[in-house]
Design a protein around this ligand. Structure first.
Ligand code: PMP
Length: 294
């Protein structure tokens, strides 16, 4: 099987990518009505599978979407998709849409949710920038307000994030950093944000951003290493005066930011604490996780 015609799971069937299609009347397509996850498999193991599935079901619950299989069944579907595609290192994209409805918004008219699992071989999101560092820019578009579309929901509606990405691209940034409507640092377009100042690590609480699973792993590592850590609201002052900045995400992993809005962070190279966390994170991904082939 070539890597560009892998099998995709769609509602009980495994179909080649080229034939993996959803209806134009699916509300996931029409309205972004659905939820998704981004998961990684490293070295034959799925990293933090249960945590991702728990978040998927929590997000589904928040949008009143009933996933028609159990969490255990969903995990089995993911493992089976990886096995059928012979993958050991992969990016995994589970999607649950509201399903096929009419052109109205009413989710009650949708027949049944659609479950999709896409798996792809995957390398490094930011290539050589893990050594060089990323240029990040804060963007004028604000993160979705917590009382409109809570950023905790990993929904199929990623337009807010895409607007941020468009702005970052236009400003020559590798990643966008959102502020919320109060001017507090929220998150990146696809990752959570941390800063290091005077040997301590800080990150915003998860009210105005996604409860990142890599964020939680990074915090565990920080605490295990005995590095002082605090969850606290951060502003532009904290970002611009930080000694180190890094972002965390399933796709991004732990990635150093060395330029923020044109200002050099620290000495312009990935910082010592960031590098230690990157090393420890790599070790965890190589040894932990749910085995695919046992
Ligand atoms: N924030 C946003 C907006 C994201 O899309 C992601 C990626 N899922 C993250 C943060 C990081 O979350 P995680 O570490 O669970 O991948």
């Amino acid at each position: 099987m070539s890597s560009d015609d892998l099998l995709v799971y769609i509602n009980g069937e495994f179909v080649p990518e080229s034939e993996a299609k959803v209806s134009v009347f699916d509300h996931g397509f029409l309205y972004g009505d659905g939820v998704f996850e981004g998961i990684r498999a490293y070295n034959g193991r799925v990293f933090k599978l249960k945590e991702h599935i728990d978040r998927l079901y929590d997000c589904a619950k928040v949008i009143d979407l009933q996933i028609p299989v159990t969490k255990e069944e969903f995990m089995d579907i993911i493992l089976e998709t990886l096995r059928r595609n012979n993958l050991r290192d992969a990016y995994i994209r589970p999607i649950v849409t509201r399903g096929v409805g009419d052109l109205g918004l009413d989710p009650r008219k949708c027949s049944r949710p659609m479950i999709i699992v896409i798996t792809k071989p995957w390398g490094k999101l930011y290539g050589d920038l893990y050594e060089k560092g990323l240029k990040a820019v804060t963007v004028t578009v604000r993160r979705n307000a917590i009382d409109s579309l809570p950023p905790n929901i990993k929904s199929l509606n990623y337009l807010n994030n895409i607007l941020a990405k468009i702005e970052a691209n236009a400003k020559g940034g590798d990643e966008a950093i959102f502020l919320d409507h109060n001017g507090y640092i929220s998150e990146g377009s696809g990752d959570n944000v941390f800063i290091v100042k005077n040997g301590a690590v800080y990150t915003p609480p998860t009210l105005n951003n996604l409860k990142g699973i890599t964020r939680a792993v990074a915090i565990e590592i920080i605490q295990k290493l005995g590095i002082p850590f605090k969850e606290t609201n951060l502003g532009l002052f904290d970002l611009y005066s930080a000694d180190e900045i890094f972002v965390t995400g399933t796709a991004a992993e732990i990635a150093p930011i060395t330029v923020i809005d044109g200002r050099t962070v620290g000495d312009g190279k990935p910082g010592e604490i960031t590098k230690r966390l990157m090393d420890e994170f790599r070790k965890l991904t190589e040894t932990e996780g749910v085995p695919i082939y046992e």
